[in-house]
Design a binder for this molecule. Sequence first.
Ligand code: UT7
Length: 348
Amino acid sequence: MQHSKIAGIGYYVPKNVYTNTDLSRFMETSDEWIQERTGIKERRFADRLGETTTTMGIEAAKVAIARAGITAQDVDFIIFATLSPDYYFPGCGVLLQREMKMKEIGALDIRNQCSGFVYALSVADQFIKTGMYKNILVVGSEKHSFAMDFETRSRNVSVIFGDGAGAVVLQPTQKEGQGILSTHLHSDGADAEILAMFYPGSHANKWMPEKPGYPAQELGGLFMTTEQLESGAALPYMDGPAVFKKAVVKFPEVIKEALAKNNLEAKDIDLLVPHQANLRISQYVQQLLGLRDDQVFNNIQKYGNTTAASVPIALCEAWEAGKIKEGDLVCLAAFGSGFTWASALLRW
Ligand code: UT7
């Protein structure tokens, strides 16, 4: 059976740099706190009016398409992963199709938050393996800055996230042992409300746990009362320590699952590119797997957590820096809201 390989890769980050000290002008936080707890030094925020999740995705896609040696008209399927779409609906895939003047191909949006790109890669891999498509564009893009609250009440969320986009073109390869070796997808909805944004939604309070700390809400819906808006009910909610505890268990688990499936061990990994959630999480996972510093790539220091975009941005930066060579074993892994988590093992 044919496999799929990454034939082209690109990324785009907005020009506007916001350091930790910049954020401390809006809320009670400090460079010291943010660096110590997360490793983040700065992040990029999109231009408020000029840039959207789709336009950033397009910039990354243009690079990936050119590097794959094809044109936008050769793309035969789009998969777009994001939690911060331009519109509530339709998704970003069709907007990208329109703006890039692509043919009337299929466009699929994936809403799996931090693991969105790895999920998208897995879906694309299945379409390539069956021979259905030959040039699949997979994009992960986020414009978090538009929905973030820069008041102290939201500091545990807003200091972490940043904007950006990454993209790959997946193509078939007949070369045995090259390309995507396997992908592994998981979910556990038991703690779905631990990291979530409840509006707009149809939840009607059905699933909202009665726990202190959860934003007070009465009814889900598309329209909110002024009181609800002012109480911060429309903002993302995160129980950071609970997410951290689960992430440090599930990251190593899903990486080990991928290695075992391919009769490989952690020492065989040339480069692990983990979702950039928190530098402390990456370091913990590195330690648990017994990996050296040169076997793990992190760039959260510069971009913060860009959710669905973090894995392709990091993968592309690592490749551009010459840290990935032909024949290298590359492992991608992600964990986030849902909870959902995933891994992919690739022979470059
Ligand atoms: O992409 C996947 C999704 N997200 C994650 O993977 C996030 C996982 N979790 C984390 O990265 C960490 O839990 C955080 C970085 C979010 C928070 O770090 P923490 O060490 O778990 O801090 P905490 O939430 O337990 O808060 C400790 C203290 C609190 O003050 P008190 O109650 O001890 O007085 C917070 O109010 O730190 C305070 N705090 C801050 N102080 C300064 C929370 N955020 C900030 C801040 N600046 N930005």
